[in-house]
Design a binder for this molecule. Sequence first.
Ligand code: ZN
Ligand code: ZN
Length: 348
Amino acid sequence: MKTLLITAPGKLEWTEMDLPELKRGEVCVRVAYVGLCGTDIDIFKNEAHFKVDYPRIAGHEWSGTVERVGSDVTSFKPGDKVIGDCMISCGKCLSCLAGYYFACKELKSIGTSAPYVDGAYKEYMITPERHLFKIPEGVSLLEACTVEPSVVSVYAVDVVKIEPGDIVLVSGTGAIGVVAAQYAKLKGAGIVILTGRNDRKLQIIKETGIDFTINVKKDNLDKKLSEIVKDRQVNVSIEASGNLEALEDMLRVTGKFGQISIPGSYHTPLEKLDLGNMASRDLSIRATGSSGGGATFYKVLWLMQLKKINTLKLITEIYDFDDIEEAINLHLRPNDSIKTVIKIDKNA
Ligand SMILES: [Zn+2]
Ligand SMILES: [Zn+2]
């Protein structure tokens, strides 16, 4: 099968790989679409927040069609439309049994940090049945490849408590930030404000139903916020940009008894943390990173089926698998992309 290898920082190579035999409980899926993630670009540049060994097959936001099933597979049959998880767990440890398999001690990532299994920039994925999720009616293979980043958003919002009418501040113009903002609104937020640094992206994002956007490169965040919230305050902040300045802003502007959830990941540690100042506001902080497991995948698929979460508008470009280098190059320079998707299967 046609496979894209990252052989060294900045180096891509096409190769033909053999498809391994299906083991018990495994499913072979023909990959349809893969969302190009910031992590894929970090792996390409060797700038990830984890150590990268090369060669590497990246790609962890994927959808596809079941091709064949191994023995003992009961939930899937050839032709089923599915999405795959971004992790493979042991299925037996305490965390797995409790449903929090992203805390499994034998967890392997798909194409990201070690220990890992090969990612989805190839024609087929072989995955244990328990890490596949059926795509419901009304959700396309294209939309479904954005479920994985949406899972990160939904989990990050679910760990904080949003009361009806709360004011929620979100930073980050990628899919994780925007879906977090959409979902906060869905959970009853009165006003959702999203910050970013690119007017074109903020314009598209505003059209997906976000109340206010602020370009923090051009406008003073504190001033703009006080114009919007007036005598109220920011109750919940979600930091999804991976930018430490945005995190520092949130630590400063989140109000009394405020909650901050952090799905973002950072290349460097935060230098100063003023705990006294935080204590004076009784702030709670949750660093969730890329957490969220099986139940959250089903929840996002259901919300997409209900048209309560809309990611199709966030897909700003689709590249054929053959043109993936062009897609990567786009992300090596400043760009207006919110979500880039790679079409692996020409017939999808
Ligand atoms: Zn990702
Ligand atoms: Zn486990």
